[in-house]
Write a protein that binds this ligand. Structure first.
Ligand code: NHW
Ligand code: EN5
Length: 392
């Protein structure tokens, strides 16, 4: 099995790790293939220009109709054009990493894969690498071995830029995960979630009881909580990078520009809040969540589920016990703020310190998992509570 993956510099299933490091040497520039990999003859490569409204919309249409679904094909991610524009154009992004495939005859966009530059720390090793996401092949063209060609092409285009490692996540198990996280869901609008079969009404439970169970206060409770502003960027950067010291696989926010791009609120894409100490006026904590609705496949009344996903957050180190309950109160405020935005479900993974609030805040386990991978990097596996990389 794994006709493609067995040819790639990734650890084999079951292989033990002696020492962290690259699996293969960097290819010298002269030896990197300069022409795109061949595609079946009816297709052609394109580099998408996402500044062009109509090309961004073509990508939106491809993904809305063909991107990730749950295992029972009931819901499909519906990343908005604005979201894609944010996700794919961070500081230092490279247009040549927005790789499309068109049908030559009609110019119809039928496949895509993207890379963005990222800085991570894995155990003690800091790396500037590429984050791969939005790999998609049109439903009509599945199982024709197009995905391996897309992966080889984005790899070639990474090598040309001097990048030989990558990070990616997937619901499917491939050789070989460095960690496996589980999705958790917190109902904000239980009635709609049940009407769409996103969740099931527990046996012998009236709707009224469920609604009561998930009811939230109408106002937040953390003193000094407010939307994050531009002026908070430097403080948030310091706070976040410090907080990340607790984990073994983390994002590193190198500049204020990174924090401005990745954390500052963009309406209907990402929302971020800080806690400003009312006496010292110092920012002590922050959290963010991104908006990613899912299309409800074949439901006549409800077309989408409004979902948000917990993104990066940081709490200032205090005494162990105190900071644990602080996080709980803070995330409860996040639920309240999301509810006020008409969000139906608040999602998170069991990474970072999320396990400390998942049960008490009434998150329940989903049927989806997220596997974390690195390309051309051998290292020990870790539990999801050691992961501090949150991907979109
Ligand atoms: S994960 C989401 C991926 N996208 C979707 O699930 C959307 C819906 N599905 C599709 O569009 C986030 C297709 O089913 C896709 C596969 C395109 C997934 N990752 O063309 P074939 C990401 O975007 C392997 C990697 O016939 P297909 C992360 C599969 O194991 N490999 O299948 C992306 C098999 O190989 P094997 C995947 O169904 C990370 C081969 O593809 C995969 O028509 C990419 C079959 O190809 C997946 N999610 O198309 C890797 N799904 O060896 C980046 C299947 O087992 C690596 N496969 O025979 C790093 C590159 C950069 C390096 C830089 C130095
Ligand atoms: C790479 N950046 O499976 C992205 N979603 O649990 C690729 N389940 O929404 C990542 N099947 O459990 C792909 N409801 C991996 C994710 C793919 C999408 C996916 C799962 C995550 C999901 C829902 C719907 C299930 C429908 C049937 C689910 C139960 C919620 C319930 C709420 C109340 C408390 C108990 C749980």
């Amino acid at each position: 099995s794994h006709k493609f993956w067995s040819t790639q510099p990734v650890p084999k299933h079951g292989e033990t790790v002696e020492k962290d490091g690259p699996i293969e040497e960097n290819t010298p520039y002269e030896k990197i293939r300069k022409e795109p990999y061949p595609l079946p003859k009816e297709f052609e490569w394109v580099t998408l220009d996402l500044d062009n409204e109509s090309e961004l919309n073509e990508l939106y249409i491809l993904l809305t109709n063909n991107y990730v679904e749950d295992d029972d094909a009931m819901f499909r991610f519906d990343y908005s054009g604005e979201f894609l524009n944010w996700a794919l154009k961070p500081p230092g992004y490279k247009k040549i990493w927005h790789v499309g495939v068109r049908v030559s005859a009609t110019k119809r966009l039928v496949a895509f894969v993207s890379g963005i530059p990222a800085d991570i720390r894995i155990y003690d090793s800091h790396q500037h690498l590429v984050e791969i996401n939005f790999l998609c092949v049109h439903k009509k063209l599945r199982s024709k071995r197009l995905a391996p060609v897309l992966i080889k092409e984005i790899t070639r285009r990474s090598h040309l830029e001097g990048i030989f490692q990558a990070v990616y996540t997937a619901g499917v198990v491939l050789p070989r995960p460095i960690s496996k996280a589980r999705y958790f869901h917190r109902s904000l609008n239980p009635k709609k979630l049940i009407e769409t079969n996103f969740s099931r009404l527990p046996l012998n439970t009236p709707m009224s009881r469920l609604i009561k169970k998930f009811k939230l206060p109408s106002e937040t409770s953390t003193p000094g909580i407010r939307p994050m502003l531009e002026k908070d960027i430097p403080a948030v950067r310091v706070l976040l990078n410090k907080y990340m010291n607790k984990f073994d696989f983390v994002a590193v926010f190198k500049t204020d520009e990174d924090v401005k791009h990745w954390i500052l609120t963009k309406e209907n894409v990402i929302w971020s809040y800080v806690v400003e100490n009312p006496t010292t006026k110092k920012v002590t904590d922050f959290f963010s969540f991104y908006y990613l609705p899912s299309s409800v496949i074949g439901n006549p009344t409800h077309k989408t589920i409004n979902a948000v996903y917990l993104f990066y957050y940081a709490i200032q180190e205090t005494e162990e016990k105190a900071s644990k309950s602080k996080l709980k109160i803070l995330i409860k405020d996040a639920l309240i703020l999301a509810k006020l935005k008409n969000v139906d479900v608040f999602n998170c993974l069991d990474l970072l310190e999320n396990k400390s609030f998942i049960d008490e805040l009434k998150f329940g386990p989903g049927d989806g998992y997220l596997n974390y991978y690195m390309y051309n990097w051998r290292c020990r596996e870790m539990g999801s509570e050691k992961v501090g990389v949150v991907m979109l």
